[in-house]
Design a protein around this ligand. Structure first.
Ligand SMILES: *[C@@H]1O[C@H](CO)[C@@H](O)[C@H](O)[C@H]1NC(C)=O
Ligand SMILES: *[C@@H]1O[C@H](CO)[C@@H](O)[C@H](O)[C@H]1NC(C)=O
Ligand SMILES: *[C@@H]1O[C@H](CO)[C@@H](O)[C@H](O)[C@H]1NC(C)=O
Ligand SMILES: *[C@@H]1O[C@H](CO)[C@@H](O)[C@H](O)[C@H]1NC(C)=O
Ligand SMILES: *[C@@H]1O[C@H](CO)[C@@H](O)[C@H](O)[C@H]1NC(C)=O
Length: 628
């Protein structure tokens, strides 16, 4: 390529690039500005639902004759077009924090926010861990045959554990329940001799298989606990996994039967040597009714074991969270991995390895309790039917100062320390019905929580105003009226040639240059001079390409005050009598005078000057007399 050709090509390329860049710039600014003013908006509500930047002008007569969509725009644009700010409806975010009584662990507990679609709000919730809590612990023990050793151990270890826990709690209580599995085929052998004694093959007598049996409600009487434990025997079933989830769910939701105290930290100690069946496994036994998440106990026995599916992991997690229950899995080596994988799905869960014959049970529970207290974590839940309309971001600000970004948990929190959670809630779009949406902020394992009541602002409050009402029926058609009403002064072109006459009223055409409006489409916002960014300086109407100034103003772009008052000098004369008032300013006639009011005139008041006229007069008089 010769050098001139190369230079020429470079030049063309450069031009092309510039053109593309210009297009991109125009394109983006165009799309940014016009989300609000794109056609199609007929009401204030629709306007506000387009985005937080959109506002609606409900001023009566605003851009009369133009389509209603013109009332929807950004606030600066509406003001430019002449809408007074007091007639603008715009969505705003408000946040109201209702006071929390002193001494609470979670604050604030009651927050109300008004949120327009497309906006977000941040709420800071603080959670304080106390030093000593009352503790309730429920032993939920798998009593299938292989658990014999563990069960025996519990008969002796229970009292010791209660003593150890006195150091860590203000009041320690325990309860007890057992589980095996659903007593139906294929989980058990349904041969008549084996239903009543699943251990028949081992020439032993044992208890029938049961889904869940609650045996002892929360008590601080260790003698009573030991007495109940001594009564326990093992049971049996056929397959490996057990019905642990069925039992956990009942233990969590049957608050009254179990005797969970509202003020206590609640621990559900699950002892098992097998994984649990999951929801869909129930199909094997022909059970297809999903779990309803409710308590179904009768004389301590779970009554829906054979008619309802196992709960799903999600369902179980929700019930544990709702009832502020920490689960502690004390499992043997073989199943440790299974429970370790499960734990992240259950808020506030701890998994510990149980050694042979449950020899380390006391240490395991104490360790678990200390760990669970030192982790402070929140879960945020939006009412189900609205969950897809919201997004929530949680960031914990831990006492150590470091805020692991995007984390909802702090570890190693000491008693009396406070953790802050910065919770940002954003609403994507409006619910179909105007109702409050509740968002729950639940610190895991705490008996207190926060509720954020979101009041979506999807409706305009200017409702009763003339310019805010929804589009009325078209004007009543009167055949006789003809198009006289559509001609300016009855004689001009129909709708000034810029609209259509429908039933005696002009409907102005849309123009890509700007807005055409007025009862005869005689007004627009593009054919007249602009001043300070507003057509006719905002002080006049643009009629047939010329500014028709509002009273008090004059000039091509209505830039001049009509009155001469600004030209009156302090002595009350117009421009000190030495000039004319032009566009609100003095123009001095006398080239020697200056100043705002032509008041400065060093040569004006010399006596010679001031008597000049007299001299002139005398002279001419004398001359006249002389001539006579
Ligand atoms: C504890 O339970 C035993 C029986 O298990 C009972 O005899 C005793 O009175 C109970 N103690 C208290 C303080 O309730
Ligand atoms: C929550 O627990 C704390 C600490 O144990 C207790 O003081 C408070 O009364 C409990 N709140 C409710 C509502 O039960
Ligand atoms: C939420 O937080 C994450 C992590 O900090 C961040 O990547 C994401 O952009 C945030 N989402 C919104 C909508 O702010
Ligand atoms: C926690 O606060 C209580 C009451 O304010 C106080 O008595 C106790 O000493 C504090 N404990 C620690 C570990 O700071
Ligand atoms: C909370 O998070 C939001 C969004 O990430 C941020 O704008 C705001 O400054 C944060 N507030 C505090 C108190 O950290």
């Amino acid at each position: 390529m010769t050098s001139w050709l190369r230079r020429y090509c470079n030049l063309i390329l450069h031009r092309l690039l510039l053109a593309v860049l210009a297009c991109v710039v125009i394109e983006t600014s165009h799309s940014d500005e016009n989300i609000c003013s794109l056609p199609g908006v007929l009401s204030c509500n629709e306007c506000l639902s387009r985005g937080p930047q959109c506002a609606w002008c409900f001023q009566e007569g605003f851009l009369d004759g133009a389509s209603r969509a013109q009332r929807c725009n950004t606030l600066p644009n509406l003001q430019k077009k002449g809408c007074a700010v007091e007639f603008v409806e715009q969505a705003t975010v408000t946040l109201k924090v209702n006071p929390t009584p002193p001494g609470r662990q979670v604050a604030p507990q009651d927050v109300t926010v008004q949120l327009p679609p497309g906006t977000e709000v941040s709420v800071t919730v603080e959670v304080k861990q106390l030093e000593l809590y009352p503790v309730d612990m429920y032993y939920l023990v798998d009593v299938s045959a292989s658990m014999q050793d563990n069960l025996n151990r519990l008969k002796t270890v229970g009292t010791g554990l209660s003593h150890r826990m006195r150091d860590y709690s203000s009041d320690f209580r325990v309860g007890f329940g057992s589980f095996v599995d659903k007593p139906v085929s294929p989980y058990i052998n349904v041969h008549p001799s084996k239903v009543s004694n699943p251990c028949f093959d081992f020439k032993m007598q044992c208890r029938p298989t049961h889904g869940f049996m609650h045996m002892l409600s929360m008590t601080d009487n260790t003698t009573e606990f030991t007495r109940i434990m001594l009564q326990q025997g093992i049971s049996g079933n056929m397959d490996t996994p057990e019905g642990g989830f069925d039992a956990m769910l009942q233990a969590a939701v049957c608050q009254r039967d179990i005797g969970w105290r509202p003020e206590a930290k609640r621990l559900l100690l699950v002892m098992t040597d097998q994984p649990s069946h999951l929801a869909l496994d129930s199909k094997l036994a022909g059970i297809v009714v999903p779990h309803d998440g409710n308590c179904h106990l009768d004389s301590g026995g779970y009554t829906r074991s054979t008619s309802m599916e196992y709960p799903t992991i999600g369902q179980l997690a929700e019930k544990l969270l709702e009832n502020s229950i920490h689960s502690i899995f004390a499992v043997e080596h073989g199943q440790y991995k299974w429970y370790e994988d499960l734990a992240p799905f259950l808020p506030g869960a701890y998994v510990g390895k149980l050694q042979a014959k449950a020899s380390n049970l006391k240490d395991l529970v104490v360790e678990a309790y200390k760990k669970l207290l030192s982790d402070v974590e929140v879960e945020v839940g939006v009412q189900d039917q609205h969950a897809h309309r919201f997004w929530v971001n949680v960031t914990a600000v831990c006492p150590t100062g470091s805020a692991p970004s995007g984390l909802n948990k702090c570890s190693g929190v000491q008693p009396n320390q406070t953790v802050f959670f910065n919770i940002t809630i954003g609403m994507k779009d409006c619910p179909s019905a105007p109702e409050d949406v509740l968002i729950f902020i639940r610190p895991v394992g705490f008996n207190e929580s926060s509720v954020v009541r979101v009041r979506p602002t999807c409706h305009c409050s200017c409702g009763g105003q003339p310019g805010c009402q929804d589009e009325l029926e078209g004007p009543e058609c009167n055949e006789a009226s003809g198009d006289v009403g559509c001609r300016l002064d009855g004689t001009g072109a129909v709708c000034s040639g810029r609209g259509e006459c429908v039933c005696g009223h002009c409907i102005c055409e849309a123009s890509s240059l700007g807005t055409v409006h007025g009862t005869h489409c005689e007004l627009d916002d593009f054919s007249c001079p602009y001043r300070q960014g507003r057509v006719c300086g905002g002080r006049g109407d643009c009629v047939s390409a010329a500014c028709r100034c509002h009273s008090g103003w004059t000039g091509d772009s209505c830039q001049c005050p009509a009155s001469t008052e600004p030209c009156l000098s302090p002595d009350g004369r117009l421009c000190s009598g030495r000039g004319r008032c032009v566009c609100g300013r003095c123009e001095c006639d006398d080239p020697w005078s200056s100043g705002r009011f032509c008041e400065k005139c060093p040569t004006c008041d010399r006596s010679c000057q001031s008597h000049w006229k007299c001299v002139d007069c005398h002279l001419s008089k004398g001359l006249l007399e002389g001539n006579a």
